[in-house]
Design a protein around this ligand. Structure first.
Ligand code: UDX
Length: 433
């Protein structure tokens, strides 16, 4: 099939690479000439394991074409995926300007029947607006259908998730649109949920919000665990083995971040306000996430008896999660900002996110170092903010020797408290001590 993909962020580029690899001809449209040039050489604008190899292979095979031109991409395309960003506006609502701009360009360039499917996470009703935008500018005799086809990939495992989805959600009005999307997804194993456009749009917000709810639930329980001397890891194992609950997304820590959960929970809250339905549960999820950052900082502050002036802190991990260089809404940002405000000197190491961190934390004085041990040298404490694999089996004896004080605040529970104590560390886990 000929596909056009608008946008080359995580969703757009991964979708383009996967469908090209399955034998389709995929045109991927961007707005930034330098990024399109880099992509033509197989260079991704972000780090995602394995992605550049698949991009390169399919560029060489001429199945994956990057372009600035809507007309080249949209002409004769059977399915057009809108995969542009929908960041939060100041009032929490999703900013849909890129979606509507893409719809306008698609409408102007449609040459024959196509399915215009939105993969971007958009509030319920947006696809109907997309339809209106296209109708207003398209040639009279050209037919099209809109569809909602939300994406559930996670950063760090994006290729695997796209090829092995738990489900594929297709929301459309016509059988013709459903058939085209089913045909495209035929080689991918996964259960199909075929539904209306509104339901498909809502599935995406509900899915991300229940995952964020599980995390905030684990974090709220972890606050209590610390007070009563329970171990949150065992508690979550104890409840997660119940199949109705499941163990995933119950890892307590310094909070959730990234390009989806924070903005999607916000947008769902904004929808409850707009339609005047009860949104207290979702507001609590957001509040607990913020408290998770604050609680972590408070633990460090308390340990140093409120005096962080000139304390040297080794921060391990900046990215919002491992295997990505993404710093969007990373918990490390509010945590580091608060610690620096309290007078601490931060020495940070992240295997991939340093460049993006320098941009996001531009006004914060941080010393970026190139290894864990360099961060630890002469530090008053270690703070684990991202659970990169390479932090899990460090030479802890070497680390202890390098530290001025053998103190570890583990915001991701990557170490075993008993082991840390045996090695002579003062160890503060999350929801367990
Ligand atoms: C998420 C959804 O999982 C995915 O389906 C959707 O398409 C996009 O948003 P992503 O943002 O890539 O994916 O990361 P995810 O692995 O879900 O983690 C999000 C955040 O939650 C991270 O900051 C992570 O550290 C945190 N998290 C995750 C926890 O704090 N505890 C957990 O148990 C799981």
């Amino acid at each position: 099939m000929k596909l056009a993909i608008i946008g080359h962020g995580y969703v757009g580029l991964v979708t383009a690479a996967v469908f090209a690899d399955l034998g389709n001809t995929v045109w991927c449209v961007g707005r930034t000439p330098e990024k399109i040039e880099a992509l033509k050489n197989g260079i991704s604008p972000f780090y995602e394991p394995g992605l550049e190899e698949v991009v390169k292979k399919n560029v060489v095979a001429k199945r994956l074409i990057f372009t600035l031109s809507y007309s080249d991409a949209v002409r004769d395309a059977e399915i057009i995926f809108i995969c542009v960003g929908t960041p939060s506006l100041a009032n929490g609502e999703a900013d849909l300007s890129s979606v509507f701009a893409a719809a306008g360009e698609i409408g102007k360039n449609l040459s024959g029947y196509a399915v215009v499917a939105c993969k971007s996470t958009v509030p319920v009703g947006t696809n109907r607006e997309v339809e209106k935008v296209i109708n207003a500018v398209k040639l009279k005799n050209v037919q099209f259908d809109i569809a909602s086809c939300p994406e559930f990939l996670r950063e760090g495992t994006a290729l695997h998730d796209t090829l092995n989805p738990d489900r594929i959600v297709i929301g459309a009005d016509t059988q013709k649109a459903k058939d085209a999307l089913l045909r495209l997804h035929e080689p991918i194993d996964g259960r199909f949920v075929i539904t209306t456009i509104e339901t498909a749009e809502m599935i995406k917000y509900a899915a991300n919000t229940i995952l964020a709810t599980k995390i905030s639930f684990a974090n709220a329980v972890s606050f209590l665990c610390e007070k009563v001397g329970a171990d949150v890891e065992k508690v979550m194992e104890g409840i997660g083995l119940d199949k109705r609950i499941g163990r995933q997304f119950l890892r307590a820590g310094v909070g959730y971040g990234g390009s989806c959960f924070p903005k999607d929970v916000k947008a769902l809250i904004a929808m409850t306000k707009k339609y005047r339905t009860e949104g207290g549960l979702f507001e609590a999820v957001e509040k607990i996430n913020k408290l998770s950052h604050e609680h972590f900082v408070e633990k460090v502050r308390k340990f140093f008896k409120g005096d962080l002036k000139n304390k040297r802190l080794a921060v391990l991990g900046l990215a919002f999660k491992p295997d990505t260089d993404d710093m969007r809404d990373a918990p490390s940002v509010p945590v580091i900002k608060d610690l620096v405000k309290l007078g601490a000197r931060v020495f940070a190491y992240d295997p991939k996110a340093e460049v993006n961190a320098k941009r996001v934390l531009a006004d914060i004085p941080i010393v970026y170092v190139s290894s864990v041990y360099e961060a630890c040298k002469g530090s008053d404490a270690v703070l684990v903010l991202t659970e990169w694999n390479e932090f899990k089996q460090l030479d802890l004896i070497k680390m202890k020797k390098l530290l001025k004080n053998p103190v570890v605040f583990d915001g991701r529970n990557i170490y075993e408290p008993e082991n840390m104590k045996k090695l002579g560390f003062k160890y503060f886990g999350t929801g367990r001590n």
